[in-house]
Design a protein around this ligand. Structure first.
Ligand code: SF4
Length: 445
């Protein structure tokens, strides 16, 4: 349930794409009677109008890397106008004051390791009851001793970016030789010191074919989560780096297949949730394209089936495998909020519209009351195909992609090729998830 302006916020009501199934508006799938029918999309259990689920906190824009796609346009030096230690502590205290369930906080950058007070800030947040994670750059600063100290201070998780499975391709993307080795070393050190590891990968037109080999590398590194970012043309990224809607669909379909072996999620591609619902319903909206075929060909080369984790289900059973981690229905401004290094508050780092500044107003008040954030949480405010889409409550499109391409944060997502005006029928009770050659998947319209 989304509260309109002037209404009292009420607990969020979970969207149920299968009304005949047992009601189960919970994130926890482990002890569910749904064990053989895990929902295709998870909903938050709390009122997303009142509190964020995830706060991305950019501590600095200083960074030793110079990545081609960097949304922060990071540079070597720190900005003298960065939030001070005391100001950041105040924001963490404000977030903690919400009470349980408190938001998760990711300290990011630039490179947060460029801030000498990072350990102090982690400890402050953890002591206040917040779940603290860090997202350092893959540089020589990310040593085992530094990561161990952050773990000791109270950090629970760390994320590193890997955009290719080879040093040559990754270093070319990050534009610093040695970055791949430092990143892999950081990943290994993180798990050794007891941090939960997430690997982030930015998908661009130039790097998309790295995904098959990366899926194996992510598994070999013992990552608990693989987060696949679909590049948004903002910061140093431009539209030529982004995938077309057709290529995005092929890539998401491939990732949905790979999710049998790798726990993964997508960022700035919420139509992955639409795909998950349609897969469960046995609906195919589009035949697999050449990119999907090529990705699977490379997967077979890079990661033979015999080397993949055993026990993963294939075929129709994979659609309801409870071990498959269903995507979580959160989005920019709807569960997610971003604070810049100077205190500006945005729906996300990729949607560069400022709704206020934490130096002037508490973050919790800005999140709950800023008109833009309220509009982003109201599916009925969406326009274009997203506004007409029957799945807008669980998908809603990437607001950052819509703004970057069309200048309208409530417009349709240009990276989604689903047309809600066309009706599709299930092609089978539960469609297989394995590789299907082009033309094999019937498209109904
Ligand atoms: S049309 Fe919009 S809301 Fe519907 S699936 Fe595509 S991106 Fe999502």
């Amino acid at each position: 349930m989304v509260a309109r302006r002037g209404e009292t916020c009420r607990p969020a009501k979970a969207f149920r794409p299968f009304p005949d199934a047992p009601a189960r508006p919970t994130v926890n799938q482990v002890k569910s009677p749904w064990l053989d029918q895990a929902p295709p999309v998870r909903q938050l259990r709390f009122d997303v109008d009142a509190r964020p689920f995830l706060v991305l906190f950019e501590l600095t824009r200083a960074c030793a890397l110079a990545c081609r796609h960097c949304r922060a346009e990071a540079h070597p030096g720190r900005d003298p106008d960065e939030l001070s230690t005391a100001e950041i502590r105040a924001v963490l205290d404000d977030l903690a004051s919400i009470g349980a369930p408190r938001p998760r906080v990711v300290l990011t950058g630039g490179d947060p390791l460029e801030r000498p007070d990072l350990q102090t800030l982690v400890a402050h947040g953890a002591n206040a009851g917040l779940s603290m994670a860090i997202s350092p750059a893959g540089t020589p600063r990310a040593t085992a001793s530094t990561l161990g100290a952050l773990r000791h201070a109270g950090a629970t998780a760390v994320s590193f970016s890997l955009d290719a499975a080879t040093a040559e391709a990754h270093d070319d993307f990050r534009r610093v030789q040695g970055s791949f080795e430092w990143t892999v070393h950081g990943c290994r050190s993180a798990t050794e010191v007891g941090l939960r590891l997430q690997v982030n990968t930015t998908v661009t037109a130039a790097t998309v074919l790295e995904l098959p080999a990366l899926s194996r590398l992510v598994t070999d590194l013992h990552a608990a989560m693989w987060s696949v970012f679909f590049v948004v043309p903002t910061g140093r990224a431009d539209a030529t780096q982004a995938l077309s809607a057709e290529s995005t669909e092929d890539t998401l379909a491939f990732l949905h297949d790979v999710a049998q072996w790798v726990r993964l999620k997508t960022t700035e591609a919420p139509t992955f949730r639409r795909l998950a619902v349609h897969k469960r319903q046995g609906i195919t909206t589009r035949a697999p394209g050449p990119l999907y075929v090529e990705l699977h060909r490379r997967l077979a080369d890079a990661w033979p089936v015999s080397d993949r984790p055993s026990g993963a289900r294939t075929g129709p059973a994979a659609s309801t495998d409870p071990r498959r981690r269903a995507p979580l229905a959160v989005a920019d401004g709807r569960g997610v909020v971003f604070v810049s290094h100077t205190g500006d508050v945005q729906p996300s780092g990729f949607l560069r519209l400022v709704v206020g500044n934490v130096r002037e107003k508490p973050l919790t008040q800005l999140y709950a009351g800023a008109p833009l954030l309220r509009a982003l949480r109201d599916p009925s405010a969406l326009r274009g195909r997203c506004g007409r889409c029957e799945l807008r409550e669980i998908c809603g499109g990437s607001r950052a992609q819509a703004y970057a391409r069309h200048g309208d944060p409530l417009g349709e997502d240009p990276t989604c090729d689903y047309d809600p005006s066309v009706s599709f029928s299930p092609t089978s009770p539960a469609r297989p998830f394995g590789f299907e050659p082009p033309g094999a998947a019937p498209v109904e319209g």
